[in-house]
Design a binder for this molecule. Structure first.
Ligand code: FAD
Ligand code: FES
Length: 252
C-alpha cells in the first residue's frame, strides 16, 4: 500500500558538485521502504510543478530516510534549498523492492548519483553475500558516498572520466575486469540510461539488475509515462514493475 505522509527535514548537506543529501524524519514510509524503492516528493511552494519528483531511498535509520540527489532543474533546486524543520509532502514506498540474492558474489555499479540507491542495497546485501562496489563519475567532485561504502566494509573501485580520482575511464569499463575474476557474479547497476545500455552485452554473461531513474510521470501506474519495451513484447511500467529490472528482459 502506498502511504501519504508529511516528513520533516532534519539534515541537508551538500555532498558533491550540485549534489545534496537530505535526511527526512518520517515514520510510516521509512519503516516500510526496501532497497530499490522510491518516494514521490511534492516540491514545496511550487504548485506550478505538478508532478511529484521521484527519488530512490539511499538509506533508512530509526524513523528517518535519506535521499541523495543532483540538482538538474527547478524542483531539485528548490528541494536543495530546504532547511532543517521544513516539511515535505511525500508518498511511498513506490515501485518494487530490488530482488535480493544470497551467498553470491555481488557487484554494485553506480554512475554518478546512481551510487546513492545502491548504498541501502549494499548495506542489506552484504549481510549474506560478498559485495564489491564500482563507482564512477565524470569527475571526483561527482563521486558520492564513497567513504560510506568503505565504512560498510566493502571493497570500492573508483573511476572518473577525467582521471581526477581512481582509474580514468567509464565505470562500465572498470566493471569488466572486476567481474572477470568472479564466479557467477550478480550485478546491480544504477546510472544514466547510456550506462545501462553499455551493460547490455554483459547481461548475456551475468545477471544484471538495472535501476531505471530517467522515465517517470505519475509514479503510481496511471499515465504510462514510464513504459519500457520488453523483449518478449509489450511494455513494463517502471513505476509498478520496476524501477529495478533485469536488463536481459528489456529493449534499450
Ligand atoms: C525511480 C526514480 C528514482 C530517482 N532517484 C533519484 C535519486 O536518488 N537521485 C537523483 O538525483 N535523481 C533521482 N531521480 C531523478 C529525479 O527524479 C529527477 O532528476 C528530478 O525529478 C528532476 O526534477 P527537476 O524539477 O529538478 O527537473 P526538471 O525541471 O523536471 O528537469 C530538468 C532537466 O533534467 C532532466 N531530467 C528530469 N528528470 C530526469 C531524470 N529522471 N533523469 C535524468 N534527467 C532528468 C530533464 O530532461 C531536464 O533537462 C530518480 C528518478 C526516478 C524515475
Ligand atoms: S509513471 Fe505513470 S504509469 Fe508509471
Amino acid at each position: 500500500m502506498i502511504n501519504w505522509s508529511m516528513g520533516q527535514v532534519v539534515e541537508v548537506a551538500r555532498v558533491g558538485a550540485e549534489i545534496y543529501s537530505v535526511w527526512i524524519s518520517e515514520r510510516k514510509i521509512s519503516r516500510k521502504v526496501k532497497p530499490g524503492q522510491f518516494i514521490g516528493v511534492k516540491v514545496p511552494e511550487r504548485d506550478d510543478l505538478l508532478l511529484r519528483r521521484p527519488f530512490s531511498v539511499a538509506d533508512v535509520k530509526g524513523g528517518k530516510m535519506r535521499i541523495v540527489f543532483r540538482v538538474v532543474g527547478a524542483g531539485t533546486a528548490k528541494l536543495a534549498h530546504s532547511k532543517k524543520g521544513d516539511r515535505w509532502d511525500i508518498i511511498g514506498p513506490l515501485g518494487k523492492p530490488a530482488p535480493l540474492v544470497q551467498n553470491k558474489s555481488v557487484v554494485v555499479c553506480g554512475g554518478g548519483v546512481g551510487a546513492a540507491p545502491l548504498f541501502y542495497l549494499t548495506r542489506v546485501l552484504k549481510e549474506k553475500n560478498r559485495v564489491v562496489a564500482v563507482l564512477g563519475a565524470r569527475r571526483a567532485a561527482e563521486l558520492v558516498m564513497v567513504s560510506e561504502f568503505r565504512q560498510l566494509g566493502v571493497k570500492v573501485y573508483l573511476t572518473t572520466e577525467d582521471g581526477s580520482k581512481g582509474i580514468r575511464g567509464l565505470v562500465t569499463e572498470a566493471l569488466e575486469p572486476v567481474i572477470k575474476v568472479m564466479e557467477k557474479p550478480v550485478v546491480y547497476a544504477c546510472g544514466p540510461e547510456g550506462m545501462l545500455k553499455a551493460l547490455c552485452p554483459l547481461s548475456r554473461k551475468a545477471k544484471v539488475w538495472a535501476f531505471f531513474e530517467e522515465r517517470m510521470g505519475c509514479g503510481t501506474g496511471v499515465c504510462y509515462g514510464c513504459a519500457l519495451p520488453k523483449k518478449d513484447g509489450g511494455y513494463l511500467r517502471l513505476c509498478q514493475d520496476g524501477p529495478v529490472v533485469s536488463l536481459d528482459e528489456v529493449v534499450l
